[in-house]
Structures are given as structure tokens and as C-alpha cells.
Design a protein around this ligand. Structure first.
Ligand code: AMP
Length: 176
């Protein structure tokens, strides 16, 4: 089979000039590639007693749901502001221009439960950091953060490390 790296398509100048968009739809469409990615990511947490995966909208839902199934644990969605139907708590994070907010249901996490964060990619780490804060504010313990792709030049993993969170990714791409 093709390596995971080769199954990820790079689309230049999307969503704006200068950005190299790392598109995982080509990986998701490949049966063997998808299985390998999910299996490898999930395996690392086999012995961590994960109670639930918290997936970040939207690609984190696809990967996170499959990882939760493998770990035989629950799944909790972390969504953009205004998308969850119940009572929520929100966390602001900084984007290149301005701020955004992600939310979680206020009753989604039981006190002391062990949560694994999942998203497709970590860049600056702003989104994952906000997700970790939401989980911690809800009384959960972040056991780790799993991504398919790391962009190490943007420092996201270091930001998680500074919070005491172990972040892991399957592939990394240099640059932005
Ligand atoms: P950040 O908060 O900077 O770590 O950005 C991570 C979030 O933005 C993830 O949900 C990614 O899906 C998305 N993202 C950021 N940069 C890229 C990129 N170059 N290609 C694809 N998705 C990206």
C-alpha cells in the first residue's frame, strides 16, 4: 500500500493564498490507508483506560468516531459555536486574524473521566489547546492528543507539551 504521507493530498493556496492545505479526504477514501491510520493511532492508547474520545469538528469526528470504536469507549463532539443543541461551555482561541470559539456540552464529561483529543492536523495548536481547556474545565483528564498530521514548524505540539499534554501524530510535513 501507499504510505500514509503519499495518501494525503496537498492543495496549494486553499483556503487562501500561501496556505498548503493538507487534505485527508484522499486518505479517508483509501480502505487500507484509513484502516492503518485508525489502527496505528488507536493502538497507542490501548493501555490508557480512555473513557471517551473528544473529536474536534469536523474531520476530528470522522477519525475520532473510528478510534473510539476501536478503544471501545464513548465519543464526545467539540463543535464550532452555536452547533450543539444542549447547554454548552465555550472556549475562545486565537486565529491568524481574530478569534473563534469552540464548545462542548456542559454535561458531556463526567468528573475525573479520561479523555483523548482527536483531530486531523495540528498546526499552531490553538484549537487543540482550547479543546484541552474545555475538557479540563469540565472536570476531565486529558490523556493525550492524537493527530494524523503535525506541522512542527508551527509549534502546536510544543504548546500542548507546555500544558503537560502528550501529543502524537502519524506524519509530519515541514513548513506551513
Ligand atoms: P491550529 O489550531 O493552528 O493547530 O489548526 C488546526 C486546525 O485547523 C485543525 O482542525 C485543522 O484541520 C485545520 N488546519 C490548520 N492548518 C491546516 C492545513 N495546512 N491543512 C489542513 N487543515 C489545517
Amino acid at each position: 500500500m501507499k504510505s500514509l504521507e503519499k495518501l494525503i493530498r496537498t492543495i496549494p493556496d486553499y483556503p487562501k493564498p500561501g496556505i498548503l492545505f493538507r487534505d485527508i479526504t484522499t486518505l479517508l477514501a483509501d480502505a487500507k490507508g484509513l484502516k492503518k491510520a485508525i489502527k496505528t493511532l488507536a493502538k497507542r492508547y490501548d493501555d490508557d483506560d480512555v473513557d471517551a474520545v473528544a473529536g474536534i469538528e469536523a474531520r476530528g469526528f470522522i477519525l475520532g468516531g473510528a478510534i473510539a470504536d476501536r478503544l471501545e469507549c464513548g465519543f464526545i463532539p467539540i463543535r464550532k459555536k452555536g452547533k450543539l443543541p444542549g447547554k454548552t461551555i465555550g472556549q475562545e482561541y486565537t486565529l491568524e486574524y481574530g478569534v473563534d470559539v469552540i464548545e462542548i456540552h456542559e454535561d458531556a464529561i463526567a468528573e475525573g473521566s479520561r479523555i483523548l483529543i482527536v483531530d486531523d492536523l495540528i498546526a499552531t495548536g490553538g484549537t487543540a489547546e482550547a479543546a484541552a481547556k474545555l475538557i479540563q474545565r469540565s472536570g476531565g483528564i486529558v490523556v493525550g492528543a492524537a493527530f494524523v498530521i503535525d506541522l512542527p514548524d508551527l509549534g502546536g505540539m510544543k504548546r500542548l507539551e507546555a500544558m503537560g499534554i502528550d501529543g502524537r501524530a502519524l506524519v509530519s510535513f515541514e513548513g506551513h
